[in-house]
Design a protein around this ligand. Structure first.
Ligand code: FES
Ligand code: FES
Length: 238
């Protein structure tokens, strides 16, 4: 069988016949059909945003103005002009001028901002100052009395329980509350026998109960030793 002749300059393939389209024409037809098939999808993607349902406008509220807030810190009353959104940590540091409490993460992860409220430890970066009017707040500045360091403060010095010292105010406040909690019988997740009398403050107990206080210098071994020594003398309360 003879093959069809292709005129010079034509893009026709040599095997095209009147009844049998060339491979190139077949591929062109298939591509056109595929384009028609996807066209609705393409149109849907390119619809103008204005035709989509729009989100309701965000509610905007004017900031609450500052108002007087009276905090009792270390036995002294501080009346501060605070917006309701001010954290206890910022109120202490920026408004009351008590810089002993440290800001590490400002999101409840490091414990550097630990203070005591009615004897219980709290991350002051996670609570608002206005929530603590009328409560007794104790910061690291308030642990020493009449120039005499508290037992926990002394133990931290004696056991060299810090390096840079940035976490230390929070560690000391936390350890102070830890000893009160332990001596009042509060169990932790690692307490083996809650009926044991007297309760045993093991190193595991101390590590667990101090686990909310991070020390980037890694002074943990000496911190545990300091807390253990205070409990051994049974004089952890400031
Ligand atoms: S500054 Fe509050 S937990 Fe880190
Ligand atoms: S002593 Fe430096 S972070 Fe703890």
């Amino acid at each position: 069988m003879s093959r069809n002749r292709v005129p010079p300059g034509s893009d026709e393939e040599p095997d095209a016949t009147p009844n049998q389209p060339s491979r190139r024409r077949f591929l062109q037809s298939a591509a056109a059909a595929a384009t028609v098939g996807v066209a609705p999808h393409v149109r849907a993607q390119t619809q103008p945003a204005a035709s989509l349902p729009s989100a309701p406008p965000a509610e905007t509220r004017a900031p609450e103005p500052p108002r007087p807030v009276t905090l009792s810190v270390n036995g002294r009353a501080y009346t501060l002009q605070l917006e309701p959104r001010v954290t206890l940590l910022d109120a202490l540091r920026e408004y009351a001028g008590l810089m002993g409490t440290k800001k590490g993460c400002d999101r409840g992860q490091c414990g550097a901002c630990t203070v005591l409220i009615e004897g219980r430890r709290i991350n002051s970066c996670l609570t608002l100052a206005v929530m603590h009017e009328g409560e007794a707040i104790t910061t690291v500045e308030g642990l020493a009395g009449n120039g005499v360091l508290s037992p926990v403060q002394r133990a931290f010095i004696e056991h060299d329980a810090f390096q840079c010292g940035y976490c230390t105010p929070g560690q000391i406040c936390s350890a102070t509350a830890l000893l009160s909690e332990f001596n009042s019988g509060t169990a932790s997740t690692v307490t083996a026998d809650v009926r044991m009398r007297p309760p045993q403050l093991s190193d595991d107990e101390i590590r667990e109960r101090m686990s909310g206080n991070i020390c980037r210098c890694g002074a943990y071994a000496n911190i545990v030793a300091a807390v253990r020594s205070v409990q051994g003398g049974n004089s952890g309360n400031a």
